[in-house]
Design a protein around this ligand. Structure first.
Ligand SMILES: [Zn+2]
Ligand SMILES: [Zn+2]
Length: 342
C-alpha cells in the first residue's frame, strides 16, 4: 500500500475572504496515512469527508466533534493540489472500502462485498448490493467511466457545474469572460479605425462596461454559454442549450434535446440526471424520479442521481422505495427529507 514516497509540499492557508494568509509558504506532507499541515494541523486521511480542487486551491472538509465539518482551504501550485487530492482520495477510499468489507464479514455477508478501482484516479469505489451497470461513477474525481466492449471510456471533462448543478463541461468563468471580451473587442475593431493608443482607452472602457454587463445581467452569460456551446460539435452537442432550457423551467424543450443527446451518447447517466433536474425545475417530481431511476440504470453508483431520487421519493410519499434505495447505498441517514419539510 505504501509504494509512493511521502509527498512534501509548500502551501498557504486560505482565509474566509479567499485570500492566502501570510507571505511565507508553510511546509506540509502526506505519508500515505496522515496529512501534516505546518506545525499545528495533523490529521489522518480518513478524517477527510470531502475534498475538492478548484484551480490552485484544495478544499478539505474534515470530520469534527461539531455538527458542521471543519473546512480547510489550501493554496499551492496546481500540480501539488492535484497530486495531494489524488493521494488523499486513494488513501481514504481504501480505508472505507476495507472497513465496509470487515463490517460485511462480521454480518456473515463477506461474499457480497464488491469494489472497483476508478480508472482515472485509482480511488476505491464501493459497489456492494448495487446492480451491474455499464457506467461507473467516481465520487472522488467525478469521472464517469463507460464500459465500451473491451475498452473503457473515461469521461472527465463533463461533471456537475458549480453554478447550476447540471451535468455539463464546466470551465473557469474567466474563459467565458475572455471570450466575451474577444467577441466585443473583435467586433469593435472591425468597425473602427484608430491608433492603438486610442484603442487602449476604448478597451478599458469596454472592459468595465462588460464587467457590469456580465455581473449584472445573467442573460448575457446565458447567451455567451449558448454561443460557446454551439461552436463545439461533438457527442454532447446541444447540451448547453438543453441545460439553459432546463434552468428556465422549459422541461419539454429540454427533454427533446436530452433525448437527442441520449440517442448519440449511450449510456449516459449524466444526461438522464439533467432530464430529471429539468422535471424537478418544472415541479413534476414523479416523472423526475423516473429519469433519476434511468440514470441509476446506466450507472448504479451515480451519486447525484441517488441524492435527487431520495428527495423525489420523500416528497412524493414513496417511502418504501426510498428506504430500499437507501439500504442499497448503505445510507443510514434517517428520514432526513421529511424532517426538513416538517
Ligand atoms: Zn476517480
Ligand atoms: Zn452551469
Amino acid at each position: 500500500m505504501h509504494h509512493a514516497a511521502p509527498l512534501e509540499f509548500k502551501f498557504r492557508f486560505v482565509n474566509k475572504q479567499g485570500q492566502p494568509e501570510g507571505l511565507l509558504r508553510t511546509k506540509g506532507s502526506f505519508d500515505g496515512e496522515r496529512l501534516h499541515l505546518g506545525k499545528g494541523v495533523s490529521c489522518p486521511a480518513v478524517a477527510i469527508l470531502q475534498s475538492e480542487t478548484r484551480n490552485d486551491r484544495l478544499i478539505l472538509a474534515l470530520a469534527s466533534d461539531k455538527p458542521e465539518p471543519g473546512i480547510v482551504v489550501l493554496a499551492a501550485t496546481k500540480g501539488v493540489v492535484n497530486d495531494l487530492k489524488a493521494r488523499l482520495d486513494v488513501s481514504r477510499s481504501r480505508f472505507w472500502a476495507d472497513a465496509s468489507r470487515k463490517a460485511l464479514q462480521a454480518e456473515g455477508r463477506g461474499h457480497a462485498h464488491r469494489e472497483r478501482e476508478c480508472p482515472n484516479c485509482s480511488a476505491v469505489l464501493l459497489l456492494t448490493d448495487m446492480p451491474e451497470t455499464p457506467q461507473l461513477y467516481c465520487v472522488y474525481c467525478k469521472a464517469l467511466t463507460t464500459a465500451d466492449g473491451p475498452e473503457q471510456r473515461v469521461e472527465t471533462s463533463h461533471m456537475l457545474c458549480d453554478e447550476c448543478g447540471l451535468f455539463s463541461a464546466p470551465r473557469k468563468f474567466t474563459i467565458f469572460y475572455f471570450y466575451f471580451l474577444l467577441v466585443v473587442y473583435g467586433y469593435h475593431q472591425r468597425i473602427t479605425w484608430r491608433c492603438p493608443g486610442c484603442m487602449r482607452g476604448e478597451a478599458w472602457k469596454m472592459f468595465f462596461g462588460n464587467l457590469l454587463f456580465v455581473l449584472g445581467v445573467p442573460v448575457a452569460i446565458a447567451q455567451l454559454i449558448r454561443a460557446y456551446g454551439s461552436s463545439r460539435v461533438g457527442r454532447y452537442t446541444g447540451l448547453d442549450k438543453a441545460n439553459l432550457l432546463a434552468r428556465k423551467g422549459d422541461a419539454l424543450a429540454a427533454l427533446d434535446v436530452y433525448n437527442e443527446i441520449s440517442s448519440r451518447v449511450t449510456p449516459c447517466a449524466g444526461i438522464k440526471y439533467n432530464a430529471g433536474m429539468a422535471l424537478v425545475e418544472a415541479q413534476d417530481l414523479e416523472q423526475a424520479a423516473e429519469f433519476f431511476e434511468f440514470s441509476l440504470d446506466d450507472c448504479a453508483n451515480y451519486a447525484p442521481a441517488y441524492r435527487a431520487l431520495i428527495q423525489c421519493y420523500a416528497n412524493t410519499g414513496q417511502h418504501e422505495k426510498r428506504l430500499a434505495l437507501q439500504r442499497t447505498w448503505g445510507d443510514t441517514s434517517e428520514e432526513q427529507p421529511e424532517r426538513r419539510a416538517g
